[in-house]
Design a protein around this ligand. Structure first.
Ligand code: IPD
Ligand code: CA
Ligand code: CA
Length: 263
């Protein structure tokens, strides 16, 4: 099957899954916790993941799936075609706000991001990209990002990373926040990547993200010229949880050089 037909297929199941999620608000939603009391999951996260897995396994039996809720494959290498899926990114928003969450999907071939999707379900906003073919927001082509200095930049960052934490020195981060034009936090890494790609924010960083949080967004962001790396400056980690930063060119360098001091 060609990448064009995989792209059409992925778009159509993402829209179908979005419809299921919107309908879920008419039924009772079971809320559970995972690693700690604030790490939430619902029956809808699990059902939506299962919906994707059933379809992908039926129609692409030789592809693998890395999904947040664990019903997919045990993925320890990036060989072959892998669908990296977060059925609901921003589960806390899904539960508390009933908005500001997204379906995030990246399709990788031997570790190379070929197709990326972020679907902001309640706004019906669709972001997607195909490697080498540009990125789109609701079917409109997104322009390339230009250089913005930190003092004119809006930075996406969660307040946890401004407080003392075990991953990095927070003092330089406080200085960065004083230098930049403003900060925002949306509670969905996928939405923050979509916002970097559409120039609503200029950078997004987090000390702890999983492959499914960023896999779709990386493909989109790279198509508009954003730089996405770990905070060691390496390619984003698609096999395990790691640090992550995405920013306009220039700004990425400025933040990495002057404000990121890993412990
Ligand atoms: C979370 C969101 C959040 C980020 C967390 C993620 P989830 O994903 O992307 O913005 O700060 O690190 O775990 O659990 O809602 O899919
Ligand atoms: Ca997530
Ligand atoms: Ca999730």
């Amino acid at each position: 099957m060609s990448w064009g037909s995989i792209d059409r297929y992925a778009k159509s199941i993402i829209k179908e899954a979005g419809h299921k999620i919107r309908n879920s608000f008419f039924s009772h939603i079971d809320i559970d916790t995972k690693s700690d009391a604030n790490d939430l999951v619902t029956n809808i996260d699990r059902e939506v993941e299962k919906f994707f897995i059933d379809r992908i396994k039926r129609d692409f039996p030789d592809h693998r799936i890395l999904g947040e809720e664990g019903a997919g494959d045990q993925v320890t290498s990036l060989d072959g075609v892998i669908w990296i899926l977060d059925p609901i990114d921003g589960t806390m928003n899904f539960i508390h706000q009933r908005r500001n969450f997204a379906i995030s999907l990246g399709i990788y071939a031997d570790g190379v991001g070929m197709l990326g999707y972020i679907y902001d379900v309640m706004r019906d906003d669709f972001y997607n990209a195909a490697k080498g073919e540009g990125a789109y927001f609701n079917d409109e082509r997104l322009p390339q990002l230009e250089i913005t200095p930190l003092h004119e930049a809006v930075i996406g960052i969660n307040a946890s990373w401004v407080a003392p934490n075990r991953y990095m020195d927070n003092e330089p981060i406080i200085r960065m926040i004083r230098q930049c034009r403003g900060t925002r936090s949306y509670g969905s890494a996928a939405i923050e990547l979509a916002y970097v790609s559409t120039q609503r924010i200029d950078a997004y960083l987090s000390m702890r993200l999983a492959p499914w949080d960023v896999a779709g967004g990386i493909v989109i962001a790279q198509e508009v010229g954003a730089i996405a790396t770990t905070m060691k400056g390496e390619p984003p980690n698609l096999l395990s949880q790691d640090t992550f930063i995405v920013a306009r060119p220039g700004l990425h360098e400025e933040i990495m050089k002057n404000y990121i001091h890993l412990k």
